[in-house]
Design a protein around this ligand. Sequence first.
Ligand code: TXA
Ligand code: MG
Length: 322
Amino acid sequence: MRTSDIETAVGVLRAGGLVALPTETVYGLGANAEDAAAVARIFQVKGRPPSHPLIVHIGGAEQLDDWVEEVPATARLLARHFWPGPLTLVLRRGHRVPLEATGGLETVAVRVPDHPVALALLSAFGGGVTAPSANRFGAVSPTTADDVRAELGDAVDFVLDGGPCEVGVESTIVDVTGDTPAVLRPGGVTREDLEAVLGHPLAVPATSSVRVPGQHPSHYAPRAHVVLVEPGKVVAEAERAQELGHRVGVLLPPAGAGVPVKAHTVLEVPGSMSAYARGLYGFLRELDQRGCDLIVASLPEERGLGLAIANRLRRAAGPRPS
Ligand code: TXA
Ligand code: MG
C-alpha cells in the first residue's frame, strides 16, 4: 500500500465515490458517512434493501461523541477495551449521521477498525466512512482485494489493497442503547471476552437478530447450497449426495482429517478457531469457484470464535429467496 493510494482513496471519498477498504474482519465498501447520495450508491451497488443499516467507521474512540447522541458508561468501557478492533457499538444516532446510513433508524452502529490501512484512510480523510461488507447483498463477504474485485468489479471506484483480513468474520455487534447490552451479531470479539470486561453473562442469538422486516434468513451464502450435519456424519452425507449426482464440496472437520471422501472437492477445516474464521469465507468462495453445487459441513463447538463461525454457517444454510 502506497501513500498515494490513501490520497487517491481520500479524493474518491471527498468526490462522493466509493472506496473498498481492508479491515481486520472483512473488506468494506466505503463512502463518506455524511454524504447521503454516496451512501445511497452503496445500497445500489450491493443490491441491499435501503432499510438495512450500515456501520460508520471512525478513526478513534475519542471521535465517538461526534457521531452519537450520548455515550453510556458501558459503551465507553467496551470502546476502551476493544477499539480499535472487531466490535461494533449501536448507540443513539447523532445529527451528523444521515438517515440513509441507518436505514431510517434513530440508532447508529459505529466501530474503529484495527487495520493500518483503514486507520490511515480514516485519519487522512478526517470524517466517518460508512461501510458494509463489500459483497453483493446476501453473498459471502470478501476477505481479500481480489475477492472485492470479483464481487463488485467496476462498480467500486477504488480498491485499497491491505492484504488478506486477519480475523475473517465480521465484527461483533452490541446494542448499548438499553439497560443491558444486547449482542445482535456474534463476531470477532468473543462472548467470553465481552463477559470478562462487563462482569456478567450475555445472551447471544444463534442467528443474528437483523432489524429488517421480511428479511430472508439466508446470508453470507455461497452459490452452492449448504447442508449442515453432525461432525460424525459429514463423510456419509457427502458421499450420499455425490452419489445422487451432486458436485459436493466438503468442509471436513478435524475429526475426519485424512479420511478419503468420495466427493468433488474436500477442504480440511483448521482445528484452531482463529484459523478457521480467517479461512471460512475463502473456503466457501473456493468451493463455488470449483463448481460445487452442494456444500456439506458441520458446526464447530460454539465458544470463542466458534460462535461466530457457527452463526455464519447456519445463515449460509438458511432458506434462500426464491
Ligand atoms: O466487520 C464488520 O462489521 C464489517 C466491516 C466492513 O466493518 N462490516 C459489516 O457490515 O459487516 P454489514 O453492513 O455487512 O453488516 C452490518 C450489520 C447489519 O447486519 C446491520 O443490520 C447491523 O450491522 N446494523 C447496522 N446499524 C444498526 C443499527 N442501528 N441497529 C441494529 N443493527 C445495525
Ligand atoms: Mg455483510
